[in-house]
Design a protein around this ligand. Structure first.
Ligand code: ZN
Length: 217
């Protein structure tokens, strides 16, 4: 256990001991439904009360990084075994330049990530930034399902980059709505505002490019 514990505590890792939460256990009786991989997830669809409880835990983890992650958002991740209640890994993004929350949770879980559900407060990145994309890391670890607290307006992430890659690989994807979505979004107001502005700018440039293209034709 000593060895396991020291391996599982990293910058953004929280002790890897298996925990059961009451709220999650209460709602874990029914396995979560799989998403339809052919269509983009609708917020709130296939999100169970147990999912919401695990997202709340991921939110608590994300808050541990608050104030230290700029220009990155604070993000938390929880990996839960197929029984729907055994937490096999936890992590959060401690600061820019260090691994993302998903990476710490995957390291903590090791082989137990296979078949697990990942709860992430923010859509996993699908682009190569300073770290490899978390969507790829989740897919490669054979996570069965990803529940996302809120979508990332970052033009590099939005448009389903990370989520589309996961769905294409057969990973079920669900998006939260309601209170959990709001809490996840409100965790990083400055990041969200900046990314929304960038997304708007990118959309405008695209529209102008199309207009110019049409004028030339
Ligand atoms: Zn990432």
């Amino acid at each position: 256990m000593q060895l396991l514990t020291s391996r599982r505590i990293g910058g953004g890792g929280i002790g890897g001991r298996v925990r059961r939460t009451n709220a999650a256990a209460a709602a874990a009786a029914a396995p979560p439904p799989r998403c339809d991989a052919s269509s983009p997830p609708v917020p709130g669809q296939n999100v169970t009360p147990s999912d919401r409880a695990h997202l709340r835990r991921a939110l608590d983890l994300a808050r541990l990084g608050l104030g230290h992650t700029a220009p990155n958002p604070a993000v938390g991740c929880v990996l839960v075994a197929p029984d729907g209640r055994t937490v096999v890994g936890e992590g959060y993004h401690p600061r820019a330049g260090l691994p993302h929350a998903e990476v710490y949770a995957l390291r903590a879980a090791g082989r137990a990530a296979e078949g697990a559900t990942a709860y992430v407060t923010l859509e996993p990145c699908g682009h190569h930034g300073r770290t490899p994309p978390c969507a790829e890391a989740l897919r490669d670890a054979r996570v069965a399902r990803v529940v996302v607290g809120c979508a990332d307006p970052n033009p590099l992430v939005a448009g389903g980059g990370g989520l589309a890659a996961l769905r294409a690989a057969g990973v079920a994807v669900a998006l939260a709505d309601g209170e959990e979505e709001r809490l996840c979004r409100d965790l990083n107001p400055e990041f969200m505002a900046r990314m929304e502005a960038e997304a708007e700018g990118a959309a405008k440039r695209r529209a102008e490019g199309e207009k110019e293209g049409a004028a030339r034709r």
